[in-house]
Design a protein around this ligand. Structure first.
Ligand code: AMP
Length: 278
């Protein structure tokens, strides 16, 4: 499994695969990989003959006060996990390869990116994500791209972006991988202290409890508010717990709307996000 760093190498390798009529999948990541990322690779291997994993900590999606400088990096561990998972190629461009001097173009998102969830708290986030992901899709030219439901709003934004820009890569959603106690796997979980780690699965528990209440007839907004209260009482600083249309992420209107519950909350200095279907 080779690691490459340039667009030119990536294009050459993927077009070589394509001339052999191989189907290809790309898995965009920021590294510090865990079993959630491995699940994306495994899912990619089911659809495609070749899977390329990109590792790029995208500066454009971090706000000024966020954790870009201390975002975890683990090149040796990442390589070992990807080799074991059966990935075929790692593409790890430097920031200047993605954004060379003079770079000024940005993908400006709307629709699912502007529904009052992550965008309320991280206003630059989705333009940064969409700009990097559009570039990665165009650079790689793969048939499929694997994205985790863990970042549900991101999944919707990226799907919309690829469709709007006529990028022929099909975005595939992969279910969230969880620790045994229900905590959604995340590279940021390693920031948690022992006490915080013990508390963290509470987010998933409260979301599941709210989903259960909705299934039994509770009003979605009230179930979400109850989950937010329970998390606050347990010591979380809650950014949001919201029940939204699972397809569009718009506010719920009809009883028949498919429902997704989404949450973001802080434990100490670590921000956790999670979501569940109803
Ligand atoms: P990240 O490296 O955190 O930017 O994530 C890269 C990709 O992995 C995104 O598509 C995420 O949604 C996905 N991902 C992250 N954590 C998980 C998880 N626990 N289960 C499934 N996919 C995940």
């Amino acid at each position: 499994m080779e690691t490459i760093n340039t667009v030119e190498q990536l294009r050459r390798t993927v077009s070589g695969w394509r001339t052999q009529e191989m189907r290809t999948a790309v898995v965009p990541t920021m590294g510090a990989l865990h079993e959630g990322h491995v699940a994306l690779v495994q899912h990619g291997l089911r659809l495609a003959d070749r899977v390329v994993v990109t590792i790029f900590v995208n500066p454009k999606q971090f706000g000024a006060n966020e954790d870009l400088g201390k975002y975890p990096r683990d090149e040796v561990g990442d390589r070992r996990k990807l080799k074991q998972a059966g990935a075929h190629l790692i593409y790890a461009p430097a920031a200047l390869e993605m954004y060379p001097e003079g770079f000024v173009t940005e993908v400006v998102t709307s629709g699912p990116a502007k529904v009052g969830l992550e965008d309320r708290f991280r206003p630059h986030f989705f333009n940064g994500v969409a700009t990097a992901v559009a570039k990665l899709f165009i650079q790689a030219g793969c048939d499929y791209a694997m994205f985790g439901e863990k970042d549900y709003q991101q999944l919707k934004v990226v799907t919309r972006m690829a469709s709007d820009l006529d990028i022929p890569t099909v975005v595939i959603a992969v279910p969230t991988m969880r620790e045994q106690d229900g905590l959604a796997m995340s590279s940021r979980n390693r920031y948690l202290s022992r006490e915080e780690r013990a508390q963290a699965p509470r987010i998933h528990r409260e979301l599941e409890a709210a989903a259960d209440a909705i299934r039994k007839g509770a009003a979605p907004a009230q179930a979400a508010a109850a989950a937010a209260r329970a998390l606050s009482q347990a010591g979380f600083r809650v950014d949001y717990v919201e029940a939204r249309n699972a397809d569009t992420l718009a506010e719920l209107h009809a009883m028949s709307d498919p429902v997704r519950l989404l949450a973001a909350a802080w434990l100490g200095s670590t921000r956790l996000i999670d979501n569940v279907g109803v």
